[in-house]
Ligand binder design. Structure first.
Ligand SMILES: Nc1ncnc2c1ncn2[C@@H]1O[C@H](COP(=O)(O)OP(=O)(O)O)[C@@H](O)[C@H]1O
Ligand SMILES: [Mg+2]
Length: 265
């Protein structure tokens, strides 16, 4: 990937101030549905950005654009100072952007360790899959993360929703991604697995190398783990604050206000 000049930005706690990714006037429609109208967003290096918004607000659509799955109808995506056209998920990955989808991209019929290396399999010089290496590394990573699964040899179809989610997150975290996009990684989680993912995000943040956008509905968790929070409403970002400058009350009030407005009250 090209290491271009970077745009400076005002620092928040967490990020270094350097903008790694910006979204400028992005719009996306699906037939008659306008999912995104005019989205402007900025992600700084080492920052954890929380993206919140009502169901159907367009959060997943935005992340799917940023990971190369959907093309925007209009607008620009600027990565490390250069405008990019993300042609596919593989292309975005090659540029250091990796995503964990809400609807997980795990292959049910494959083992845990094959899923961990999906799309970036380890091969021997003979081009045969290096199953032994993949099994060992997958087991190590999952153990480090505290992900509790019976064995890396089981098919993911046999695992719980929370275990599957943990594997999908672990897969992204142990990739070479510089930008991680997590779509509701806590949704299918039990309390223990949720705490584990939050710990992992905190670890990554401490290392400060990876920049993260995380979609979440639990505002207490957002305030705990994110540096900044953006609200997506009516296809636009209508709220952008450092988590240190907002509160559970303010975020809750915003959502209640939206609900009242929608009811015309
Ligand atoms: N592939 C698609 N085809 C048609 N409509 C879609 C598609 N993906 C999303 N939408 C619509 O776009 C809007 C935003 O959806 P989504 O981005 O999934 O919202 P969120 O993740 O915030 O709940 C919704 O009205 C949804 O029905
Ligand atoms: Mg969604």
């Amino acid at each position: 990937m090209t290491k271009a000049t970077t745009h400076g930005g005002t620092g928040t706690n967490g990020g270094t101030g350097t903008t790694v990714l910006s979204v400028e006037h992005v719009a996306k429609r699906f037939g008659a549905v306008t999912a995104l109208r005019d989205v402007n967003l900025r992600l700084r290096r080492g920052e954890v950005l929380g993206l919140i918004g009502d169901n159907g607000a367009g959060k997943s659509t935005l992340l799917k654009i940023l990971c190369g799955f959907h093309r925007p109808d209009s607008g620009r995506i600027v990565l490390n100072g250069d405008e990019v056209t993300l042609k596919s998920v593989e292309h975005a990955r090659s540029l250091g952007i990796d995503a964990v989808y809400q609807d997980l991209a795990l292959v049910n019929e494959l083992t845990v360790y094959h899923n961990m290396f999906l799309g970036r399999e380890k091969v021997r010089p003979t081009r045969l899959l290096n199953n032994r290496a993949m099994r060992r590394v997958a087991a190590e990573h999952l153990r480090d993360m505290g992900v509790n699964i019976p064995s890396v040899d089981v098919e993911v179809a046999k695992l719980s929703g929370g275990q599957r989610q943990a594997i999908a997150v672990a897969r992204s975290v142990y990739s070479d991604a510089r930008i991680l996009l997590l779509d509701e990684p806590l949704a299918a989680m039990g309390a223990k697995e949720g705490a584990l993912i939050l710990d992992l995000v905190r670890d990554l943040k401490r290392r400060g190398e990876v920049s993260i956008i995380i979609i979440a509905h639990n505002y207490a968790q957002v305030l705990e783990v994110c540096d900044r929070v953006n609200l997506l409403q009516h296809g636009e970002i209508t709220f952008d604050k450092a988590t240190s400058d907002t509160s559970l009350q303010e975020l809750t009030d915003l959502v209640v206000a939206e609900y009242r407005a929608a009811r015309g009250g």
